[in-house]
Design a protein around this ligand. Structure first.
Ligand code: NAD
Length: 250
């Protein structure tokens, strides 16, 4: 018996590192997984991996920064599945810039994908979740939003905004039995992260993390599953750091 049996779950950024891991875990736990990404090839690969393993998935190529595209996508979900139980807002596009180098284009793009899209998907999902008698929304923030990080002014603004959206939505939607929580990951050790940080910074991160290692996509997927499932039935408006305790380090 899976913890998401009978649930329909939509995950944005399902072609990416954490998104794919979540999509696969949710399918293993019995959910019908709707994989959403702008990168159709990687997204279809995620859905194919799930189906190959015996799970149920659908790949929906969508640019979530468009309000109308989000509403159109949810309309399709309504027609095919009749409801939505779980929404994970995980997609992101990042440019790391020092303050003097920040451009209007970068701000608009990062705000569009990381912040505005969270409002559009939430707005579009509401009627479907109400139909399901409630639901769970999980938004991806970052510890960067909570501790502040140099050369991440736009990223920190977006992710701090995500924590605000999470609490505001939780306050507004509780009476409809819709819970809204956020995950704030620390660094996840993907090959690209290893390349960007280099061996010295990785060693430093490990030393300054109480649990002595960087995160893995599976750590994020398991924490997200907790919020998606009824195990967290009385929890809403929370931001859970999943970082091995690094937030406590100076
Ligand atoms: N990886 C980390 O170390 C880390 C740390 C803290 C927080 N996070 C957060 O976790 C989440 C997932 O991170 P990741 O490392 O798996 O990212 P990733 O870059 O691997 O995946 C992000 C996905 O979002 C998709 N995407 C981008 N723009 C889109 C759009 N307009 N419409 C639809 N999809 C779009 C991309 O195509 C990509 O597949 C992000 O919100 C990120 O900010 C990650």
């Amino acid at each position: 018996m899976g913890r998401l049996d009978g649930k329909v779950a939509l995950i944005t950024g399902a072609g990416g590192g954490i998104g794919r891991e979540m999509a696969q875990l949710f399918a293993t736990e019995g959910a019908m997984v709707l994989c959403v990404d702008i990168a159709s090839d990687r997204n279809e690969e995620t859905a194919a991996l799930i189906e190959k393993a015996g799970g149920r998935a659908e790949a929906l190529t969508t640019d979530i920064s468009s309000r109308s595209a989000c509403h159109q996508m949810m309309e399709g979900v309504h027609q095919r599945h009749g409801k939505l139980d779980v929404l994970v807002n995980n997609a992101m596009w990042i440019s790391y810039d020092a303050i003097p180098d920040v451009t209007e284009e970068v701000v608009d793009k990062m705000f569009g994908i990381g912040l505005k899209a969270v409002m559009w998907t939430t707005q579009a999902a509401l009627p479907l979740m109400e139909k399901a008698g409630g639901g769970s929304i999980i938004n991806y923030a970052s510890i960067a939003a909570l501790r502040g990080t140099a050369e991440r002014i736009v990223y920190c603004a977006v992710k701090a905004g995500v924590t605000g959206i999470t609490r505001a939505s939780a306050a507004e939607l509780g009476d409809r039995n819709i819970r809204v929580n956020a995950i704030a990951p620390g660094a996840v050790l993907f090959p690209a992260t290893a390349e960007r940080l280099g061996p010295e910074k990785i060693e430093l991160r490990k030393r300054t993390t109480p649990l002595g290692r960087l995160g893995e996509a599976e750590d994020m997927a398991r924490a997200t599953l907790f919020f998606a499932s009824d195990d967290s039935a009385f929890i809403t408006g929370q931001v859970l750091t999943v970082d091995g305790g690094r937030i406590m380090s100076a």
